[in-house]
Design a protein around this ligand. Structure first.
Ligand code: SIN
Length: 190
């Protein structure tokens, strides 16, 4: 699969030009909201967990020295808490560009945690699977933290991605052992 998934996403899943769509954010989409939305609600999706297994050549690293950002991996029985946004379909021009480095839109059920109705909706989530060219895969928490500590790209330092996300997860009152472990291991090179 090519690095750039924009065309793939458009062709695989054309969107109705007038129907708003829910999109679930579990990483930078939780706290870096550089797109308009109709409504936003905290939510979880089932059977997935966050891992810093995706390479970032375009945002938090470079082609020569990729950073590490989140993707989701299948995890039976786990809930992944994040933020869901209802957006107009044209917003996917921007989102597909932002998530172009290996992420495909996948359809999923979203479960809202704010106690309001409806309790769930169908929506989309961007997942970078193991067959994309930017995938880095597993490494120890220490190795991941070391790589993140010395990576930087056009969107800023890679450690900022982790620190802002960890803060956003605390605000959502959710625990994530993987994210918090990497956060605790981050030490900037001297
Ligand atoms: C997401 O936040 O939902 C996708 C991964 C990212 O952009 O960090």
């Amino acid at each position: 699969m090519a690095h750039d998934t924009q065309t793939l996403n458009k062709n695989r899943m054309p969107l109705h030009p007038e129907h708003p769509v829910w999109v679930f954010g579990y990483g930078s989409l939780i706290h870096k909201v550089d797109f308009p939305y109709l409504q936003r609600r905290p939510a979880y999706i089932e059977d997935w967990q966050r891992r810093f297994w995706q390479g970032s050549h375009d945002h938090r690293g470079t082609p020569e020295a990729p950073g590490r950002v989140l993707t989701l991996i299948p995890a039976q029985g786990q809930q992944c808490v994040g933020m869901a946004y209802q957006v107009k379909p044209e917003v996917f021009e921007h989102l597909d560009h932002r998530e172009k480095n290996g992420y495909l839109r996948i359809e999923t059920a979203l479960h809202f945690v704010d106690g309001n109705q409806p309790e769930s909706e169908r929506g989309l989530v961007y997942i970078a699977g193991p067959d994309n060219a930017a995938y880095l895969g597993p490494a120890s928490d220490l190795e991941i933290a070391q790589q993140i500590a010395c990576s930087e790209g056009p969107s800023g330092p890679n450690d900022e991605y982790v620190l802002k996300l960890a803060e956003a997860l605390r605000q959502l009152d959710t625990e994530d052992d993987h994210v918090f472990s990497i956060e605790s291991l981050l030490v900037k090179p001297k």
